[in-house]
Design a binder for this molecule. Structure first.
Ligand code: C2O
Ligand code: CU
Ligand code: CU
Length: 479
């Protein structure tokens, strides 16, 4: 079976919202797609790996003419890619060389909060640093790193503070999948930008409380990118790193492809599709097979009808390997039937966005739950289907399982572990929630301006062995 449609409800696509900014093809010479370098540890000592991670300012030649002022992680824009192995203990020396406070949030890593997790309560001040250590126990996946100071997350990500974080494990390493980084396995960070005079970005000028957008697609910090394909199969790890844009991806000639992973794990079984929608902060991993193409051919990747990446096919060796039917065994703990369902409601639009009828407050704990307890959460989008928006719901500190959408089966590509689930207007999405680590964690809409605008809450996850831990909670930053 080949799925030919985006799974989402079409009336909810962001094109139907008044503030939508359509993509426009970038009218410059094709640029080679930037492949972020892999971050090198300062030191390795058995399972202990040490890194320095610096948030820095930079300048990048994105368009002809003036360079664009940007921010990045160990790089002028976006970042290096971090590659961690499950089981390792990571020691991060976090350095802030920006002119303002930032935080380093590991989106998708199941590590304690609020400090290691790097949400709003773990500031690193300008010229300052912080050391965090965490041990990874989670399946292979592409997660990511982004800034998370409240309420400046959106502006800092727009400046460029977002990077890919690849988690590896032995199970995935034994599967016949492309994994030669930069050659047949590449992260693709999907973003959109608006260039002002002298090729600069101006977040405040472009501000929209429903999410800042720009007409120009930018992939891995490249405008009008091309990639040289030198293998029959290509693994693309898409991350929607846009502040608010959804991407509806498809190739020229409706070339079918295979999806192998969602946010936080491989899919139990691969699925074949021709159209794939990705919403904010989600990751979708696909393998494209070019067996019917030859050197000299090109294949375009589109979002809606705008070309965003050109794949230039070169000679490649035939690749007979078949993607296995069983990629991942999803083991999730059973739900206690006595446990009530917890409802979370995302409501409003623009400045009126709320979570459970209220706006986020950094010093307020909205919910408490013991570690390892298993609950069903019913995530509701109370926007109406005529002019509402899809809200991508994200939780820190865990991976969850999607159980149902309005009582029906989840989409075929959300059968693995996830940490973002997009909820259509008037929809109820049920997820299975449990934490393996303690701490304070945010949960929120991942349209970054909705998050900064207060469509966010926080949970305290209590370790029954250490119920009295005290957490210092920050207050909203003021610039
Ligand atoms: Cu991508 Cu609160 O996070
Ligand atoms: Cu997160
Ligand atoms: Cu939202």
């Amino acid at each position: 079976k080949i799925y030919q449609n985006y799974f989402f409800d079409e009336p909810a696509f962001n094109t139907h919202d008044g503030g939508y900014v359509p993509l426009v093809p970038a009218n410059i010479e094709p640029q080679r797609l930037r492949i972020p370098e892999i971050a090198k540890p300062d030191k390795r000592d058995g399972q202990d790996v040490y890194y320095t991670l610096t948030a820095q300012t930079g300048e990048v030649q994105l368009l002809p003419g003036a360079k664009t002022k940007t921010w990045g992680y160990n790089a002028p824009l976006l970042g290096q890619t971090f590659v961690f192995n499950s089981g390792e203990t990571i020691h991060m020396h976090l350095v802030n060389e920006l002119p303002e406070l930032t935080t380093f949030h590991w989106h998708g890593l199941n590590i304690p909060g609020p400090i290691e997790d790097g949400g709003c309560h773990a500031p690193v001040y300008p010229k300052g640093s912080r050391d965090v250590t965490f041990t990874l126990h989670q399946p292979a996946a592409m997660t990511w790193l982004h800034a998370h100071p409240c309420p400046e997350t959106a502006a800092q990500v727009w400046h460029g503070l977002a990077a890919a974080v690849i988690v590896k494990d032995d199970h995935e390493a034994a599967l016949p999948l492309p994994r030669h980084y930069g050659v047949d396995d590449i992260p693709i960070i999907l973003q959109d930008r608006h260039f002002h005079a002298n090729n600069q970005w101006d977040y405040r000028a472009d501000y929209d409380p429903d999410g800042v957008q720009g007409p120009t697609p930018m992939l891995n910090g490249t405008i009008n990118p091309y990639f040289d394909v030198t293998t029959q199969k290509l693994r693309l790890r898409f991350l929607d790193g846009a502040n608010r844009r959804e991407w509806r991806l498809h190739f020229s000639n409706d070339l079918p492809f295979t999806q192998i992973a969602g946010d936080s794990s491989l899919l139990p079984h691969p699925i074949k599709l021709t159209h794939l929608m990705i919403t904010c902060a989600e990751r979708q991993e696909i393998v494209v097979d070019f067996k019917n193409y030859h050197a000299g051919d090109t294949v375009q990747l589109f979002s809606d009808d705008v070309p965003i990446l050109t794949l230039r096919i070169h000679d490649f060796k035939p690749d007979q390997q078949i993607i296995p039917e069983n990629l991942f065994t999803l083991k999730t703990p059973p739900i206690d039937p006595e446990e009530p369902v917890k409802t979370v409601t995302m409501s409003g639009m623009d400045e009126g966005v709320l979570l459970d009828g209220t706006k986020f407050q950094m010093q307020r704990i909205d919910y408490t739950m013991p570690m390892h307890q298993v609950q069903i959460w019913d995530i509701v989008n109370s926007n109406n289907t005529r002019n509402g928006m899809i809200h991508p719901f994200h939780m820190h500190g865990l991976s969850f399982q999607v159980l149902s959408r309005n009582g029906k089966a989840p989409y075929p590509n959300e059968t693995g572990l996830k940490d973002v689930v997009s909820v259509n207007p008037e929809e109820h999405v049920r997820i299975k929630v449990w934490f393996n680590v303690p701490g304070i964690f945010m949960y929120h809409c991942h349209i970054l301006e909705h998050e900064d605008g207060g469509m966010m809450a926080q949970i305290k996850v209590v370790d029954p062995k250490h119920p009295d831990v005290h957490y210092d909670l920050m207050d909203h930053m003021t610039l």
